[in-house]
Ligand binder design. Structure first.
Ligand code: NAD
Length: 247
């Protein structure tokens, strides 16, 4: 199905794989990237717009001629005793509200947003959970608090002014271009901190291949575009490669 995609955060790890997945459809779709950074190696078949999600006018301008938005942008998740709360909320919540409003004002009907598997995490291993699992009473960290709030505003917007929305929840993502997972593990090794084990090795963690997550975003966008009454609208989808592994 030929769509005019706006990939928000399209210069990031997941965003670049979303672009690859759209390209692989070979269906005549066009790709525009909206990102706060310029691409290191621009592709000739992609239009690049530099802008900040926190500025409504930037976002609205980017919607010209767009029929589907895939919003992957977020500040990176940092483990810190002093997490950047204002940054997380200004981009993940207020920035996402700008995206929703811009879709409504520009007449864009399809919006797929990257959430996180952590939104239902209790901090304990969770096996065979599904989308009926509620948000925990307290988020596991500030980043996740902002992702829960982001998800709530996206799902609540479904069907308003003919914008159809859903969210995709990856857990840890691996694959080519990863800037967090494997680099983080290597840093731990380089610091010599790999000789310590916390816990008894029974904690579980889900790792999912980035191409699968990108594919899910494109499938969701296609489904929402093909059928505005699709049950995909207003739903969050947990994404996994299969059984979680000890971590
Ligand atoms: P990334 O940092 O590689 O990419 C994020 C992109 O968003 C970057 O290109 C960045 O420049 C852009 N961006 C940030 N702030 C912006 C702003 N204000 N305006 C416009 N663009 C902005 O991150 P990623 O690993 O590709 O993650 C993509 C999405 O997946 C995020 O929503 C993240 O929360 C979610 N997620 C990632 C993981 C993971 O393991 N990487 C796990 C779960 C969920």
């Amino acid at each position: 199905m030929a769509l005019s995609y706006l990939v928000i955060g399209g210069n990031g790890f997941l965003g670049r794989h979303v672009i690859d997945q759209i390209r692989q459809r070979k269906d005549g779709s066009t790709i525009t990237v909206f990102d706060i950074t310029k691409p290191a190696e621009p592709d000739t078949d992609v239009t690049y717009l530099v802008g900040d999600l926190r500025k409504y006018e930037d976002v609205l301008q980017a919607m010209t001629g767009i029929t589907a938005v895939i919003h992957t942008a977020s500040p990176p998740h940092v483990n810190s005793s002093n997490p950047p709360r204002d940054l997380y909320f200004s981009i993940n919540v207020d920035g996402t509200k700008n995206v929703i409003k811009a879709c409504q004002d520009a007449g864009v009907h399809v919006l797929v947003v990257t959430s996180s598997g952590s939104v239902i995490s209790t901090g304990e291993p969770m096996v065979n959970v599904d989308e009926s699992t509620p948000y925990p009473p307290e988020a596991i960290d500030v980043y996740t608090e902002s992702k829960i709030e982001c998800e709530k505003v996206v799902l609540a917007a479904n069907g308003i002014k003919q914008v159809h929305t859903c969210t995709i929840r990856p857990s840890a993502i691996f694959g080519p271009g990863d800037r967090q997972l494997i680099p983080g593990m290597l840093e731990v090794c380089q610091r010599g901190q790999h000789r310590f084990q916390i816990g008894n090795n029974s904690s579980l963690m889900d790792f999912t291949y980035v191409g699968n997550i990108a594919f899910a975003h494109v499938l969701a966008a296609e489904k929402l575009a093909a059928d505005p009454n699709s049950p995909v609208g207003g739903q969050a989808f947990n994404l996994t490669n299969g059984t979680p592994v000890p971590f």
